[in-house]
Design a protein. Structure first.
Length: 224
């Protein structure tokens, strides 16, 4: 039987990839979440692995299976995701592809909320979740050499994504238009623009696997 000898331009490199949604509990049976299949993050982890990287794949509850041959760390909430990323450091690069829920419920109950018969919905108190991408980008000694974020936008995509890159302090941002008319959300294709110091590069619409392979190649080039 043939033995797989690991090789590739990312051999000896460690990359953290976040993927999927996070679930923020309201009570034991209900949660708040963003829509995310985890497909793009899973494809990125696979492509990095194929270039020889050791991949820590920090994933929320996604509908598709994680790749083989990566370290899978399963989390539920944004706070757990940040903790898992912290424990996976140090890394040469971090790619934050997760669709993290922006808010969590502060008064989440240990017991199921019951309808009380009045017809009035329960009052949910919410607070903002930690921004994992901004936090990683702002690290000093432990900051990965390359931090890549995503920006899923429905309007003024490039403007919003460029501002997001500035605000969060990441090196690259992968912008995509997720407005319903594009059919990208939940689909197998993606149309992205890679924004970095050199400017914005619009990639043609292609499969999420192809986007992942191209991004992994760019990451390998940046790290060598
Ligand atoms: N992100 C993160 N932690 C959060 C929110 C977002 O790490 N709490 C990351 C995402 O994984 C993505 C990037 O930040 O790489 C941008 O996420 P996005 O939701 O587009 O940006 P927000 O800053 O949350 O802005 P908004 O949702 O208001 O557009
Ligand atoms: Ca958000």
């Amino acid at each position: 039987q043939a033995v797989q000898v690991p090789r590739g331009p990312l051999l000896g490199r460690h990359v953290i990839v976040t993927s999927g949604p996070t679930h923020e509990p309201i009570d034991p049976v209900r949660y708040i979440a963003n829509r995310s299949s985890g497909a793009q993050g899973t494809a990125i982890a696979t492509a990095l692995r194929d270039l020889g990287a050791r991949v820590s794949f920090v994933t929320g509850p996604a509908s598709i299976a994680p790749p083989e041959g990566v370290d899978v760390i399963r989390v539920e909430t944004a706070r757990e995701m940040r903790e898992a990323v912290s424990e996976a450091l140090p890394a040469d690069a971090a790619v934050m592809a997760a669709a993290v829920a922006d808010w969590r419920v502060t008064n989440a109950g240990a017991r199921k909320i019951k309808k009380d018969g009045s017809g009035k919905p329960p009052a949910l108190e919410m607070t903002e979740n930690p921004d994992i991408l901004a936090w990683v980008s702002g690290l000093h000694k432990r900051r990965p050499a390359l931090v890549v974020g995503f920006a899923a936008e429905t309007h003024e995509v490039i403007e919003n994504a460029t501002a997001k890159r500035q605000r969060k302090g990441c090196d690259w941002i992968v912008a995509n238009d997720v407005s319903p008319a594009t059919g990208i959300m939940g689909g197998t294709e993606n149309a992205v623009t890679l924004i970095r110091d050199g400017g914005a590069e619009e990639w043609p619409r292609m499969g999420k696997d192809a986007v992942a392979r191209r991004l992994a190649k760019e990451i390998a080039e940046a790290l060598t």
